[in-house]
Design a protein around this ligand. Structure first.
Ligand code: UDP
Length: 153
């Protein structure tokens, strides 16, 4: 009680996930959302949208110029996708643990990518990798009216 700030702080965070086209095509929407909900994450916003190639390039701008940029942005714009805002304690790291490593051959058993992904590009889900990217990515898909603001309050 004397030094309350020294207690470990579990940050209530928001993060953005995307259910990617390979998962949409294989009808894994419910399966993927169930894994996050069962892990205690809360859905604050969700929609189904199809982005243009240009939008996909903007979303993944940090990867511009890399060898996989073309196939990644072609994949992301190939069918509708489902961006979802999730909240929870340490949600950014928690979600990335549930997703698993980028390439399913490197992903731990029980992770979404190990269990469901097709390969290192068609890996079923995206998850923000930092607070800055989460803020940018949430704003990329949602305005404040579309987010269940009071869910965590
Ligand atoms: N990607 C790929 N080949 C690679 C690395 C990444 O096709 O060698 C794709 C893959 O779909 C990945 C996305 O690009 O999810 C973004 O890459 P990042 O390194 O940010 O991985 P993530 O954060 O999604 O695990």
């Amino acid at each position: 009680a004397a030094f309350p700030l020294l207690k470990p702080i579990n940050m209530l965070e928001r993060t953005l996930i995307i259910i990617k086209p390979d998962a949409i095509k294989r009808e894994l929407i419910g399966e993927i959302l169930l894994r996050f909900e069962n892990a205690g994450l809360h859905v604050l916003a969700m929609k189904m949208v199809q982005v243009s190639k240009r939008d996909a390039e903007k979303f993944y701008a940090e990867h511009a110029g890399k060898s996989f940029f073309e196939k990644l942005t072609t994949l992301l714009s190939s069918t509708p996708i489902i961006p979802v805002v999730l909240s929870g304690e340490n949600a950014i790291a928690h979600v990335r643990k549930i997703m698993g490593a980028t390439n399913p051959v490197d992903a731990e058993e029980g992770t979404i990518r190990h269990d469901l992904a097709l390969d290192g590009t068609q890996n079923s889900v995206h998850g923000s990798d930092s607070p800055d990217s989460a803020a940018r990515e949430i704003a990329f898909f949602f305005n404040t009216l579309e987010i269940f603001e009071n869910r965590e309050g």
